[in-house]
Write a protein that binds this ligand. Structure first.
Ligand code: GLC
Length: 767
């Protein structure tokens, strides 16, 4: 029901309470640029876990109706919770739209009638338990598509015609999301992810809107299945709708995009500094199925002189795919091979899925059943579906007690010597159709249907894992997760799931990781070389070049595909692969500094050009280049056979990272890019810290800091700590400030708290 006429309001502290004919709503001012809007009483948020209210001056002015004013915003609320938001100078930024819905015509009334009948039959089938995949999957969306069901929440915002849309997590396609529609419903679809996909593994309902008048964000904080139509249905409005709950959303004003990203990450949490080794190279494959195979990979990595810090253990290390077990037959004495790897400087990272094998006598299953830790059917039976171990049951991560139980299991892994946990299949994925919407989970102690808990399942699992690892070894937890909700960045690094060895997927890597970064997930990466399908020498080569700056730097592939270790693709591929992994290690201090910046400001490591050049129309849709911090510009080749490419240089002067060749900004240039070249440029005035390349992080403490100094003037802050635990939060770090001015480089120690000063700081002038 619509809220109707606004008949009164009152300001209570920073909360603007609104009384409508048919209910209440609120505009809660968190700070002068961030306001939460909700209907009724607020429900707890999975994403926003801290109270981030800042004391803010708020007043209500009367101007043909009440206008809520902060130092930066003027917000008018009227009947039916219509909202319009202006900047302090009166410039209209955003306003709801009551334009009638006019979908582009795609269905005749006759067709709708036919489909409605079909849909009715499908629903009846589903209710009778028919094993019809159509009935099990997505019947909710079908209902809506045929106009048979109204969403619980729907909002329409006026399109002014100058919008560019970014964010939304891992959605496929290009950088700018204008003109597309998406769904927030964590989805594991084992096919090639194309531009048409509406949903992948992560639901991050955070939308950045860039307009000529400024940049702002909407965070629609609902774990329910939801949809966004960004000008696809109609060019006069964009729509958000959710299948459950009540309206609860935030408006985050910039005015710059960097401000929007900072505000959003202040709200939902920032990605904490990772352990340094996690930024090294990771080798993985679904199919290292014995201790011997893992040993072989490790020794070959060293023999080929490819720096490497981690080897991942996919599902084969477990006993019959039972989580928190070890297959002694194939992997020998529990943990022995992990310790051996450790002695050679490798960290081992095991996969852990949520599906617990239904197997009386298996401790994890028995404990869970005994204590009521698994999701249930509405009739109260433990709910069973099928995953890797066969019949499996699903921990009810919404309950704190269950999370604590699961967290306690991490100790089993750290005792084996494992250095982190890779959480997979946590959408949750299942092989006998999606879990029905009414499977009973909990939101803390309140029973909650799968329909509401689905999108936060991976989030809650990651949180449990993060806490468990932290308790187990006190280090900065290294958790990788596939499924996420907004805010999961506090607990986990992410990868983009099962991509394929396709040029199209290499191309998509750039906008996908950039949008993840804008959505709070700086620590992200793709499966280098592609997970499904067979890679080629050229594709693998171009992928390692393009991925040099992916914070998660992991080659992973699917069982049944050609193996993907670089030495299997000929001498040339191997040499180039080695060169780029070595470049990564050379630049580790720069990447680590950016992780520190991310923890402080929310700005990601990999950044789309538009983040720093939002006034430049050529940056708006730039999906094939990216910035690394503010100083480096990478323009990888992502096209088969190309040996040159066009590079767009935004404002300023740019220098080739190695040769120092100069390029003027605001130009497009054709740049040579033979197979072994990643076009990489440094901005004028850049100071880039590098270390000597080692076989792995911690092989030896870096003694020499080499600064690559490019023409121009600039400053740079370099950060250093033990790369492992939380001592830095108590001050155990060093920070240096370097400045290039009037042709002279000067250094200043900003903070001393880490025990290892550099023996030498060198400057290398380039260009
Ligand atoms: C899923 C994961 C993939 C993993 C496989 C087997 O498909 O996305 O990375 O290798 O399961 O565990």
């Amino acid at each position: 029901m619509k809220l109707g006429r606004l008949h009164s309001f009152q300001l209570s502290g920073q909360r603007f309470l609104l009384h409508f004919e048919n209910g209440t709503a609120c505009a809660d001012v968190l700070n002068s640029r961030t306001v939460r809007f909700y209907e009724g009483t607020p429900v707890h948020s999975f994403a926003v876990e801290a109270d981030v209210h800042e004391p803010t001056e708020v007043r209500v002015e009367m101007d043909g109706g009440p206008v809520l004013c902060t130092e930066d915003l003027r917000i008018r609320v009227s009947a039916d919770f219509a909202v319009s938001v202006c900047a302090a100078d009166g410039t209209l930024l955003a306003c709801t739209s009551d334009a009638p819905r006019t979908p582009r015509e795609k269905m005749s009334p006759r067709w709708i009638k036919k489909m409605s009948a079909l849909y009715g039959a499908m629903m009846a089938g589903a209710e009778n338990g028919a094993d019809d995949p159509l009935a099990a999957e997505g019947h909710e969306s079908a209902a809506r598509a045929f106009g048979m069901k109204e969403p619980a929440v729907s909002m329409q915002w006026k399109l002014f015609g100058d919008e560019k849309f970014y964010g939304l997590g891992d959605k496929t396609g290009f950088l700018n999301k204008f003109g597309y529609e998406y769904e927030n419903w964590n989805t594991d679809e084992p096919k090639a992810h194309t531009e048409q996909y509406h949903a992948l593994y992560k639901s991050i309902p955070f939308l950045i809107v860039l307009r000529n008048a400024g940049c702002f964000g909407f965070f629609f904080d609902s774990p329910h299945r939801s949809r966004l139509d960004l000008g696809k249905e109609n060019t006069s409005y964009f729509r958000y709708e959710a299948d459950g709950g009540a309206a609860d959303w935030y408006f985050l004003y910039g005015p710059r995009m960097t401000d929007v990203v900072s505000s959003y990450t202040a709200l939902t949490g920032r990605q904490p500094l990772p352990q340094l080794w996690t930024l090294g190279y990771h080798q993985s494959r679904w199919g290292y199925d014995s201790a011997e195979s893992v040993r072989e990979i490790a020794s070959r990595m060293r023999a080929e002189e490819i720096p490497c810090d981690a080897i991942h253990f996919d599902i084969d290390y477990m006993d019959g795919y039972r989580v928190f077990t070890w297959d002694e037959e194939a992997f020998g004495a529990p943990g022995a091979v992990v310790k051996e790897l450790g002695e050679q400087g490798f960290h081992a990272v095991p996969i852990i899925d949520p599906g617990v094998k239904k197997d009386p006598g298996y401790a994890v299953y028995d404990e869970g059943v005994e204590n009521g830790y698994f999701a249930k059917t509405p009739a109260g039976e433990v709910y069973v579906n099928t995953v890797w171990p066969g019949e499996a049951v699903f921990p009810d991560f919404g309950r704190e007690e269950v999370r604590r139980w699961w967290a306690g299991k991490e100790k089993y892994l750290t005792d084996l010597g494992f250095a982190g946990t890779w959480n997979d299949m946590n959408e949750p994925a299942s092989f006998r159709g999606e879990l029905p919407p009414d499977v009973v989970f909990h939101d803390e102690e309140e029973p909650m249907p799968h329909a509401k808990m689905h999108n936060v399942y991976g989030h809650l699992m990651s949180k449990a894992t993060w806490e468990g690892l932290k308790d187990a070894d006190g280090k900065r937890p290294f958790v990788i997760t596939r499924a996420c909700y907004a805010g999961t960045q506090k607990y986990a690094t992410v990868w983009t799931g099962d991509n394929m060895s396709l040029w199209m997927h290499l191309q998509m890597m750039i906008p996908q990781l950039c949008n993840l970064g804008l959505s709070g997930f700086s620590l992200c990466g793709t499966d280098i070389g592609g997970f499904g399908g067979d890679t080629t020498p050229e594709l693998l080569t171009r992928w390692i070049e393009a991925a040099v700056f992916s914070p998660l730097f992991r080659n992973h592939s699917c069982s049944g595909t050609n193996r993907q270790e670089p030495w299997l693709y000929g001498e040339e591929t191997l040499a180039i692969y080695r060169k780029y992994v070595r470049l990564r290690y050379e630049l580790l201090p720069y990447i680590y500094d950016l992780c520190r910046v991310c923890e402080e400001t929310g700005l990601p490591v990999m950044r789309p050009l538009v983040l720093h050049y939002e006034d430049d129309p050529k940056a708006w849709n730039c999906s094939d280049e990216f910035l690394v911090g503010e100083s480096l510009l990478a323009a990888p080749v992502v096209e088969q056979g190309a040996r040159q490419r066009i590079v767009y240089f935004p404002a300023g002067t740019w220098y080739d990272y190695r040769t120092g060749k100069k390029y003027e900004g605001n130009t497009r240039c054709i740049v040579d890019a033979p197979l072994d070249a990643l076009p990489l440029f440094a901005k004028e005035g850049s100071i880039i810290p590098t270390w000597e390349v080692t076989a792995y992080v911690g092989e030896k403490e870096p003694e020499i800091l080499t600064l690559r100094v490019y023409p121009g003037e600039g400053t740079y802050v370099h950060y250093r700590d033990n790369g492992e635990d939380f001592a830095y939060r108590g001050g155990a770090y060093d920070a240096y400030r370097f400045e290039m001015k009037d042709g002279k480089l000067s250094a200043q120690l900003l903070h001393r708290g880490f025990g290892h000063p550099y023996a030498e700081v060198r400057a290398e002038r380039i260009g």
